[in-house]
Design a protein around this ligand. Sequence first.
Ligand SMILES: C[S@@+](CC[C@H](N)C(=O)[O-])C[C@H]1O[C@@H](n2cnc3c(N)ncnc32)[C@H](O)[C@@H]1O
Length: 579
Amino acid sequence: MPTLDFRGKRHIYAHHFAVPHRPLVPDADKSVGGCPDDDNLIIHGDNLDALKALLPRYADRVKCIYIDPPYNTGNEGWVYNDNVNAPLQRTWLKENGFVDTEDLLRHDKWLCMIWPRLQLLKELLAEDGVIFVSIDDNEFHHLRMLMDEIFGEENFIANFVWEGTGKNDARFVSVGHDYVMCFSKDRERLRLNGARWRALKQGIDEINKVAQSAWQRHDGDSTAASDELQEWFGSLDKKHKSYAHRHYRWVDERGVYFAGDISWPGGGGPDYEILHPVTKKPVKVPARGWVFPDRAKMVEAVKEGRVHFGPDESSVPNLKRYLADTDSQVLASVFYQDRRAAHKDLVRIMPEKKFDYPKDERVIRRLLEIVTSGTDVILDSFAGSGTTGQAVLALNKQDGGNRKFTLVECEDYAHSITAERVRRVIAGVPDAKDPDLREGLGGSFTYCTLGEPVTSWSMLDGENLPSYEALAAWLTHTATGRSTPSSEPVPLDDNGLIHRDKKRNRNYYLFYQPDMDWLKSRESMFDIYLADAISKSCNKTGAQAVVFAAGKFMSQDDLIDMNISFSQLPWAIQREDQV
Ligand SMILES: C[S@@+](CC[C@H](N)C(=O)[O-])C[C@H]1O[C@@H](n2cnc3c(N)ncnc32)[C@H](O)[C@@H]1O
């Protein structure tokens, strides 16, 4: 397969391994809710560090990634300053560092920036996960080659073309679109899981909402609720997305329907007597005969409430065709959504703030709707104004889901814009058009920054000793490549069990306290008493034990006899290639 070469590639090829782990540090004052363990996250920091920090928690667990990185137009003021340890590469970094149109290395820099981030994103993505990347013609062709190389071209799903609005003053062609590139982690796995992506047709959601509230307001009175729905359709502009579905004008306890034909296709159908439920007189029979071959089936349909009768026996009844049976469709790769609408929406939420080029929440929500459900985790590591956070909360409110989002933003506006938008949509936006948003989407999030890097050296000098939980999560990840759900308490037993790898039949133990005096003392040494307890526990399943501790009072031979492998801190935190 051809691959893309660019300046700096060999320096950044494995850079994601060298990025040190930095723990997430919650800031309760900037959060909404009580910062529970499995909360939504908004992380203020460089996403290279943040993605690394997320590995112990989310490796292999993120169902959907949406990112909208700088397009590299030359006007965005982004800076390439990753701390790559290659002196040659460091000479690229200009004094002010902005990557502008004059910068002859601008494509190389963008590729160096995105490569390690894509590598980490791939590690975070679940086996049945999907990544969407917004991009335009500046880097589209480069990105495609990188994605092929990192994710595998066999995992390519589609490039969506998002048509917004063009400008009439272009010299040659008015380019009014950009792209959303979509790859899966494992397309074959998606196929085997039986994934079939379907999205709610546009405008359906609103019809259901109006019908539902009419049904509730009129206490289950079908005629009154249907009248209200019809009145609402009558008030719509022809361009409104719901307008095309205005024949779905009736409501009953099952939902919204239209009164469809009940006659035998082509004519010559049976003719039997059916009584009107109110007048009790025989109703008019359709000219082509009934669609049901025998009367018993028709009576059953009437009993089930699937037949729509007119006010009396003089009109032919109809068959109810429910909106829910035809409300979804396969996604088209080309779609239109005016770009200006997203900006107007954002101004309604935060009139006093300025953020250029936010993405449209409805589009992101639609993408999330087709690939996520339940408690799936969604990640946006170029969060900007926090559109993805809003989309997740709106979708949860729409379908009763409990999806979780993680947003990462490096600029100082992570608090004042990214998080502030999410705070406001949680609480409710008085000027919003959407009733759900007006009322408030609900939810919570934990705002985090990134702590000091956890390295062997920082542990040796006792500065920034990580908590037991943070070290356990990191060691589990480095040793197994797996993540530990944040809700799982550690240690799992009195011997310091931090992870059971059932596949390899290996148990991991951590003997540690974040206290330099303790670490220097004899107490921190792994000894025969602990080894004995661990060995007894592991013997029950024949599991091998891996023990992380600062030192040991045991010979290697004894450890081998007891099927224990010893890994010394702090060196064990250095990530080797995963086992
Ligand atoms: C194009 S904007 C994203 C806009 C977003 N989709 C929205 O709807 O508001 C890109 C964002 O990524 C942020 N960003 C760029 N490089 C980053 C990095 N290394 N770490 C974290 N955020 C970064 C920028 O500050 C900017 O806010």
